[in-house]
Ligand binder design. Structure first.
Ligand code: EPU
Length: 419
């Protein structure tokens, strides 16, 4: 098993072009199942989760190949509507293939995704919505067997109890080829939903309202292939900004999605670092010790502060001047990284959904284990701020979402090796 060996204490400075978004790539790859003809996806990040999605596509009979950061998917001849439990287990977001396969074939068999590192991850909203669209769903021995009786799901009016990203994606994927109109109330407004809809529109889908709480979809009989560029990854952006800010460094990020990153930037700015933005660039300078964030940082659905940026900002605030408070409102179990920070000398108290971080002048190196994707990335940040050497194991979590993080850190002048 590979690990990262990091010697901290250096001021990181540099420039980086951001990778494409993981959380856009996965539903867009699933959406390619709906299209007749080649879908060429540029800026597709080279990540283990993306390769897991490609394996699912190939297993059901699509042809999915990569050249650099371009993926080409052809779904003309699918031979199966069943996704094995083994493939489903590789990544939790495989559940979005349910809506896509239903949209393509009117039926599918997938397996219950189960819990994950972030705690229980139910799919009740996904299933209730698809049932409302006329899909018969049976659960049997860990399998979910779905079938639209007439071969096509029916448009429906769906109101989500919570703006779930995955449920919104599954409904969209099923609705774009369903019979009639689907309206999603209280839909997720995340930028990745807009990216998915942008891709689907390029394939001929009729969707409006994405980015707002009410999305309207008119089903079409067939979609065609297209060429599309995946949006930049706003969470990778938040990660490298937090990292460089914490080491009192300087960073230029190109290929950035500035408006979509604004909910994070407005909080980071409160730490006292200077941030300038232009159309696709973010410039950050942090010459001195960060200040704690005065207001409670509450994770919320977009356009609130993103839960995926909670851990990475917390790592930076472990060495800030003063006390910062986080409130995690999206996932039940998203503070598992805090034990590693404490092992490195951080002062953190967690009580339910609240974490109180009293900034310390310094952290020290330690051997820690990545608990999940963003938590693992946050441990890299803490290790880069710490005095001495750290080892981070189970970095397979980090590779799910960051393209060769050690190379980016090396470019910034950091000492981080994969061994
Ligand atoms: N939920 C339910 N029932 C459902 C669906 C969701 O109770 O049927 C709950 C979840 O358990 C969770 C909350 O609703 O507590 C939010 O879940 P949501 O469905 O919005 O999240 P997701 O689709 O499973 C995506 C991202 C996550 C990101 C969240 C929130 C992808 C592949 N994953 O997950 O990304 O944290 O939205 O923004 O897009 C990551 O990239 O590290 C990551 C975890």
């Amino acid at each position: 098993m590979q690990k990262f060996v990091i010697t901290g204490g250096r001021r990181l400075c540099g420039e980086l072009a951001l990778q494409g978004s993981k959380n856009s790539s996965l539903p867009i790859m699933a959406a390619a199942l709906l299209c007749c003809g080649d879908c060429t996806l540029h800026s597709c990040p080279k990540l283990t989760d993306v390769y897991a999605a490609a394996r699912i596509l190939n297993c059901v009979g699509c042809k999915c190949s990569f050249e650099g950061n371009t993926a080409v998917i052809n779904s003309e001849n699918i031979g199966s509507t069943e996704i094995s439990e083994e493939l489903m287990r590789e990544m939790r977001s495989s559940i979005i293939f349910m809506g896509a396969m239903l949209g393509r074939a009117g039926e599918c068999t997938v397996s219950v995704p189960g819990g994950c590192e972030l705690g229980p991850r139910p799919i009740d909203m996904h299933l209730a919505a698809l049932r409302k669209m006329g899909v018969d769903i049976r659960e049997s021995g860990g399998s979910i067997i779905c079938k639209a009786p007439s071969g096509r799901a029916k448009g429906a009016k769906i109101s989500l109890a919570f703006p779930s990203v995955g449920a919104t994606e599954n409904i969209i994927l099923c609705a774009v080829t369903a019979d009639g109109e689907t309206v999603i109330n209280n839909a997720a407004r995340e930028p990745e939903i807009c990216d998915l809809c942008g891709f689907l529109r390029s394939c001929g889908a009729d969707i409006s309202g994405d980015g707002e709480s009410r999305i309207i979809i008119n089903g079409k009989h067939q979609l065609h292939g297209c060429e599309y560029t995946i949006m930049p990854d706003r969470i990778v952006c938040a990660t490298y900004l937090s990292m460089v800010a914490a080491t009192k460094g300087e960073l230029i990020l190109t290929n950035a999605c500035v408006p979509e990153t604004e909910p994070f930037l407005s909080v980071l700015e409160q730490t006292g670092c200077s941030i300038y933005t232009s159309e696709k660039k973010i410039y950050l300078r942090s010459g001195s010790r960060l200040r704690a964030v005065r207001d409670r940082i509450r994770t919320m659905p977009h356009p609130g502060f993103p839960t995926d940026a909670q851990a990475v900002l917390m790592a930076a605030l472990c060495v800030a001047d003063g006390t910062s408070v986080f409130e995690e409102n999206i996932f039940d179990c998203r503070y598992r990284h805090t034990d590693a920070f404490v092992k490195m000398g951080a002062d953190i108290q967690v009580l339910g959904k609240v974490a109180v971080i009293k900034g310390r002048e310094k952290l020290h190196g330690a051997n820690v284990e990545a608990t999940d994707l963003r938590g693992g990335a946050a441990m890299v940040i803490a290790a880069l701020c710490a005095e001495g050497s750290s080892e981070i194991s189970r970095i397979c979590h980090i590779d799910r979402g960051y393209e060769k993080m050690e190379e980016a850190v090396g470019l910034f002048g950091g000492d981080m090796r994969r061994v």
